[in-house]
Structure formats: C-alpha cells, structure tokens
Design a protein around this ligand. Structure first.
Ligand SMILES: CC(C)(COP(=O)(O)OP(=O)(O)OC[C@H]1O[C@@H](n2cnc3c(N)ncnc32)[C@H](O)[C@@H]1OP(=O)(O)O)[C@@H](O)C(=O)NCCC(=O)NCCS
Length: 163
C-alpha cells in the first residue's frame, strides 16, 4: 500500500462514493460535486490518495483542518487525520491495515507529537479501528450544526511503531 498525491480522477471518484446506511452520513452532496473535487485537489487541504499496488486507488486521507469537526475543541496541539475508504472495500477487516499505512505516512510527512481523529459516536466500525491501534478518547461533543455526537481520540507518537 502506498500513499501519494491525488489526481482529478481520484477526486471525482471520491465525490461519487455512496456508503450504505448508517455510513451514508459520509455521502457528499451530489449537487456540489465540482466544489468537492476542488476541495480535494486544493493543496492547502492536504488530501492524499491511498493506493494498492500498482496504482489501484482505494481511499484518501487528509491532514490538518479537514479532520476537524465544527463544535470540537482543538485548542491543544495535534495533527488531525481524516480518511475514507472506497465504499465497496469497507467492512472487509482491512481497517487497521489502511490506518497503519496512513499513520506511517503522517509520521514521515509531518512528524507530529500527537495524532488526533474525530469520529461520529455511532461509527463503531471506525472507533474499533482507531482504538485498536492505540488511540484513546479525550473528549466528546455535539456537531455544531447537526447535533450528532462525536468523539475526539488521540495517540502519542511513541505508539506509532505499534500500528
Ligand atoms: C473507518 C474505515 C477506515 C474502517 O475500515 P474498514 O476496513 O471498513 O473496517 P474493518 O472492516 O476492518 O472493521 C473494523 C472493525 O470494526 C468491526 N465492525 C464492523 N462493523 C461494525 C459494527 N457495525 N459495529 C461494531 N463493530 C463493527 C469489525 O469487526 C472490525 O473489528 P476488528 O478490528 O476487531 O476485527 C472505513 O470503514 C471507512 O473509510 N469508512 C467510511 C468513512 C468513515 O467511516 N470515516 C470515519 C473516519 S475514519
């Protein structure tokens, strides 16, 4: 598995993904495809593609503000990570593998002291993966606009080698 920059075709693919319920929460607005594509390609948003050999696009990850959810308290230092795997590859037991690759990439690119993710409380599948690689919850809050509960999880860098 390797991680590198996204191209426009990858960005369009992400914009068209449709997750089944309850993960349809992550589906993007089909009326805003162009805006979504531009957002993924904007270098300031730090989006990267996750690829399986040789160049099969399987998902994306993002670093920084994109991983923050409105209403959360991000006043302490930490590298926020966002990620998504292509819907038809989810739920196959490979979550830890994808997350480990993203964490290794984050370490190489940004060398953060603390990595952080913000996960919807209903999303037990994602929570299971992040807890499984050593993250622990530090805060819960409701989305500022949607009222949906979220959990902030962190992990100190000295755990990275255990991913
Ligand atoms: C979150 C994500 C990376 C997880 O990867 P995945 O390959 O789908 O996850 P897995 O199939 O490995 O499942 C992870 C774990 O959750 C468990 N699980 C699956 N569905 C579950 C459910 N409904 N309730 C509780 N646990 C569940 C699995 O048994 C597995 O447990 P294990 O690691 O102990 O074996 C991926 O689903 C994804 O990108 N989802 C869409 C976007 C998203 O959810 N984003 C949230 C931020 S990461």
């Amino acid at each position: 598995m390797n991680i590198h920059s996204l191209d426009e075709a990858n960005a369009r693919e992400i914009a068209g993904w449709h997750y089944d319920s309850p993960y349809d929460f992550y589906n993007l607005n089909s009326n805003e495809i162009e805006q979504s594509v531009q957002y993924f390609l904007d270098l300031q948003n730090n989006f990267y593609g996750i690829f399986e050999e040789p160049r099969k696009f399987v998902g994306y990850c993002s670093f920084g503000k994109d991983g923050q959810v409105p209403g959360g308290n991000y006043s302490t230092p930490g590298l926020d990570i966002g990620m998504g795997i292509c819907p038809n590859l989810t739920g196959r037991g490979r979550g830890r593998c994808y997350v480990a690759a993203v964490l290794n990439f984050a370490q190489q690119m940004f060398a953060p002291a603390i990595v952080r993710v913000t996960i919807a409380a209903f999303n037990q599948r994602a929570l299971q993966v992040w807890y499984g690689v050593g993250f622990h919850s530090v805060d819960t809050f409701e989305h500022q606009y949607l009222g949906v509960p979220f959990i902030i999880l962190v992990r100190e860098t000295d755990h990275v080698s255990k991913a």
